[in-house]
Design a protein around this ligand. Structure first.
Ligand code: MN
Length: 183
C-alpha cells in the first residue's frame, strides 16, 4: 500500500496541486496530512498562490481516502469543509511489527511523547524541516513542509510503501532521502 504523507500546506494552491499531481500519477492509495492545511498562520508569510478555498476544493475532490491530524493553525470549520477526519491530536498506525505515532508536533514533540518501543516511529510536521533520525531506538520522521519549508530545506513530502520511507522534493519529484524498515 502506497501512502503519501504531507504536512504544512498552509493554503498554498500551487503546492497542493503539485502534491495531488504526484498522488495521482503514482496511484497512491492514501493521503495522510499532518496538519496546518488551509491557513498561513500569523507567523508565516503567505505561501505561493495562497487560496484556502482552492485547496479545500482540490482535497475534497480526491478520489482516495485521506485523513489527518490537527495542526496549530487548523480551525474547527475546516473539518466541515474538508469532510475527511482532521481534528484528532494524534493517530496511531500499525506497520507490521512497528507502531507509528502520528501528530502535528505542537502538542507532542520528539522529546515529549507517549511511551513508544524501540522500533516504533514518531511522525510529525510543524517545524517545516525534514527529519529522519533515530533516538533511543525510536525513528523520528518529518516530511518537511509542502509550502513553507524552513532552514533551506526543499518543498517536501514523504511517501511510505512496504517499510520504505522516501522523502521527495515537491518541485523536482526527486527522492532525496530514504529509510528502510524491516517489517
Ligand atoms: Mn505549520
Amino acid at each position: 500500500m502506497k501512502t503519501i504523507i504531507a504536512s504544512d500546506i498552509h493554503g498554498s494552491a500551487y503546492y497542493c496541486r503539485k502534491l495531488l499531481e504526484y498522488v495521482r500519477t503514482e496511484k497512491a492509495d492514501t493521503l495522510l496530512l499532518l496538519g496546518d492545511t488551509l491557513y498561513h498562520g500569523p507567523r508565516n508569510d503567505l505561501p505561493r498562490d495562497y487560496a484556502p478555498k482552492e485547496v479545500t476544493a482540490m482535497l475534497t475532490a480526491l478520489k482516495i481516502p485521506a485523513f489527518g491530524v490537527r495542526g496549530n493553525c487548523d480551525a474547527e470549520i475546516d473539518q466541515t469543509v474538508l469532510g475527511f477526519p482532521i481534528m484528532a491530536d494524534y493517530s496511531l498506525l500499525i506497520a507490521g511489527r512497528h507502531k507509528i505515532f502520528v501528530t502535528h508536533g505542537h502538542l507532542y514533540t520528539p522529546k515529549d511523547h507517549p511511551v513508544l518501543c524501540p522500533g516504533d516511529a514518531f511522525l510529525f510536521g510543524h517545524i517545516h524541516v525534514p527529519v529522519c533520525e533515530e533516538k533511543d531506538g525510536i525513528l523520528i520522521l518529518n516530511p518537511g513542509s509542502a509550502a513553507i519549508p524552513k532552514e533551506n530545506s526543499p518543498h517536501s513530502f514523504m511517501r511510505y510503501e512496504d517499510g520504505v520511507f522516501r522523502w521527495i522534493d515537491l518541485e523536482s519529484g526527486d527522492v532525496y532521502k530514504e529509510y528502510r524498515w524491516e517489517i
